[in-house]
Design a protein around this ligand. Sequence first.
Ligand SMILES: [Zn+2]
Length: 249
Amino acid sequence: MANRTDALFRDDAYLRTADATVVAVNDRGGIILDRTIFYATSGGQPGDTGYLERGDGSRIVIAATLTGETKDEIIHVPAPEQAVPQPGEALRLAIDWERRHLLMRMHAACHLLTVVCPFPITGASVSEDDSRVDFDAPDAGFTKEDVTAGLMDLVRADHPIFVRLISDEDLAANPGLVKSKNVRPPVGTGKIRLVCIGDNASVDSQPCGGTHVKSTAEVGEIHIGKIEKKGRENRRFRIRFGPMPASLV
Ligand SMILES: [Zn+2]
């Protein structure tokens, strides 16, 4: 039977450490805790890395975090040759915060891109230095420069980014909230997590289970590195950190 892990990062993406208790260690060595700050790979955002500190101060290095049999079960995957904790053991959790914060900035940047380019999303992948969003979009004449300028306007405006929980009924009444073409948010759990941008969600709102920074200014300087054509209708946008490299034209 699958366990249910209390996902602390859903309420506070800024938790870098926490205390938890081992619930189980599965037959592949994956560690299941009663609660965690480790985000598990999903929605295009990679899971966290970090370590679990034991009572004697030794550390179990975590190389990946995944969901288990259900989305509510979070599995901490140790690096090779780590010690195995016992069920009931208390551990101190620490994520690789530097990496996670980059992922939070990038993930929020992907949301900003969907504001600047309001087309149906067919895929997305977040990483520390390069993220991509695929859109079902004909060539509408957008350039890297135009889209970058639109993104940076949103960053400079320093809009708040926050979570609002809505009901399945609210979502059914507002189908336009969902920009994903292929992925539907899970319904039937009663509550859907909307990630909102701007005062009273004036800029955007979108169902999402990932982790994001708390304001658009915290995304920092970003640019569109590339717009690739993926088939007749599909365009892949690559977001990178830093200013746009000077054109060689
Ligand atoms: Zn998101």
